[in-house]
Ligand binder design. Structure first.
Ligand code: AMP
Length: 213
């Protein structure tokens, strides 16, 4: 089962990818998380990615395509995977096609820009395991502490309001055209990202079950 989640930053791709990953026992692959880990480690990749991420721009296609090729070659992807945040441009989608990877389902999680800005203001991330929270919509049991691993929560540098605006512009210009790309292939389904988290998981699950037959 090869799934892809499309949507603006903060639409809930990561939250849903985590849930669907657990439900169907397939890995969720986030290029953003891989890049953040590289930045935290101070690797060459991290140093290269940092300036783009901090500016709300996209990391160059050849860099992220390289990351995805390496990641999808790992054994845990043999039974399928969820792509969360890749592809983000038409050339990235074409690279997947050239790799012979045919997605089973592409889910677009729709949230309007005003709601995205509100959501990003409240988003918090675990500094250790990367789990995503929201101070109102997905609160932790103990303030500022990750429910899963007990580490401290942080605010992503690129969730600052001025960067969020640039990320939204980038999304509409470079990533939103992917909806047409996958619609033309008959793979696209939409979900309303303003529904409850449980309702969205339900909708995605029924779409997945529908294509599994
Ligand atoms: P995310 O965690 O998916 O919101 O990604 C955070 C940031 O990492 C994005 O704003 C981009 O700068 C970069 N990034 C993640 N995935 C990609 C991708 N597929 N192509 C280019 N840049 C990416």
């Amino acid at each position: 089962m090869k799934l892809m989640f499309l949507g603006a930053p903060g639409a809930g791709k990561g939250t849903q990818a985590e849930r669907i990953s657990e439900k169907y026992s397939i890995p969720s692959i986030s290029t953003g998380a891989i890049l953040r880990e590289a930045m935290a480690n101070g690797s060459d990749l991290g140093i290269k990615a940092k300036e783009f991420i901090a500016a709300g721009a996209l990391v160059p296609d050849d860099v992220v395509i390289g990351i995805i090729k390496e990641r999808l070659a790992q054994a845990d992807c043999n039974n399928g995977f969820i792509l969360d945040g890749f592809p983000r441009t038409v050339p990235q989608a074409q690279a997947l096609d050239e790799m012979g990877i045919d997605m089973d389902l592409v889910v677009s999680i729709e949230v309007n820009d005003e709601d995205i800005v509100e959501r990003m203001g409240g988003r918090r991330l675990c500094s250790k395991c990367g789990t995503s929270y929201h101070i109102v919509h997905i609160p932790t049991k103990v303030d500022g502490v990750c429910d899963k691993c007990g580490a401290e929560l942080m605010i992503r540098a690129d969730d600052k309001p001025e960067v969020v605006k640039d990320r939204l512009v980038t999304y509409h210009k470079q990533t939103a055209p992917l909806k047409d790309y996958y619609n033309a292939k008959g793979k696209l389904t939409h979900v309303n990202g303003n529904d409850s988290i449980d309702a969205i998981t339900e909708k995605i699950s029924s779409a997945v079950d529908g294509i599994r037959g």
